[in-house]
Design a protein around this ligand. Structure first.
Ligand SMILES: NC(=O)c1ccc[n+]([C@@H]2O[C@H](COP(=O)([O-])OP(=O)(O)OC[C@H]3O[C@@H](n4cnc5c(N)ncnc54)[C@H](OP(=O)(O)O)[C@@H]3O)[C@@H](O)[C@H]2O)c1
Length: 239
């Protein structure tokens, strides 16, 4: 018996890095997966990997900063599986590591659009399924700089502060609908985004995405019943 038997999980940005590790962990626990990202090639490879461990997965390429693509994505998940029990809002971009005084407006707008507005759009569509279903767990990927701001993290940090705020607002709104909403800071993890943010760092000093999935399984499963509006640190998390 898996901890997620019978559950349908949508993981955004599930093609690589932390999203891919969460999708694989969920598949091992018996969930049916739907993953999305912009690039089809990576999605196809990841879906193959998930199937190779016996997982059930569907995928679609979608740019979540576009309303039409978000609506199409959620329609497709419902068409394929008839329900969505778990939503992991993981897709994100880093943007330039520039001080505010030199931060380009176009980059600011793009980062906020992908990291915060797209998360709102996906969540709003998925809530239309979860509310009548009277069941759901929404897990939003935050960051350390979404809690304590640091120089040269610009729109990325501001958007992650937004994700923490969004989590609290929504948790309060859906408290009576049996829908839980929590935020997780993965902490420094060996991924492409981390390498882009810290090009001089030795990646071998960091945990791999597969090593930090425990809290994501906990929040998706019945073990976390009643836990909502909270913020977690994946690296320190022990049940
Ligand atoms: N790695 C860390 O150390 C770290 C630390 C703190 C927080 N986080 C957070 O953890 C999450 C995962 O990070 P990661 O390091 O795994 O990042 P990553 O390796 O860069 O993966 C990001 C994923 O998001 C997808 N994506 C980006 N823009 C998208 C868009 N517009 N529409 C749909 N999909 C999009 C990417 O696929 P495509 O490019 O094909 O679209 C990819 O699948 C993020 O929310 C990040 O902010 C990471």
């Amino acid at each position: 018996m898996g901890k997620l038997d019978g559950k349908v999980a949508l993981v955004t940005g599930g093609s690589r890095g932390i999203g891919k590790a969460i999708a694989l962990a969920y598949a091992r626990e018996g969930a049916k997966l739907f993953i999305c990202a912009r690039r089809a090639t990576e999605l196809r490879k990841t879906a193959k990997e998930i199937r190779s461990v016996g997982g059930v997965v569907r995928w679609c390429a979608a740019d979540l900063s576009k309303v039409r693509e978000v609506k199409r994505l959620v329609r497709q998940v419902v068409r394929d599986y008839g329900a969505i029990h778990v939503l992991v809002n993981n897709a994100s971009i880093l943007g330039p590591r520039e001080p505010i005084v030199r931060y380009p407006l176009s980059s600011w707008e793009e980062v906020v659009k992908v990291n915060l507005t797209a998360l709102f759009l996906v969540t709003r569509e998925v809530l239309k399924i979860m509310i009548p279903q009277k069941e759901g767990s929404i897990i939003n990927l935050s960051s350390g700089v979404g809690r304590v701001g640091k120089a040269r993290w610009g729109a990325y940090a501001a958007s992650k502060f937004g994700v923490e705020g969004f989590t609290q607002v929504l948790a309060d709104e859906v408290r009576d609908c049996n829908i839980r909403v929590n935020a997780v800071n993965p902490g420094g993890t060996r991924t492409e985004m981390r390498a882009q943010a810290y090009p001089d760092e030795d990646p071998l000093t960091l945990p791999t995405p597969d090593e930090i999935t425990g809290v994501f399984v906990y929040l998706a499963s019945a073990e976390s019943a009643g836990v909502s509006g909270k913020t977690f640190d994946a690296r320190d998390w022990r049940q």
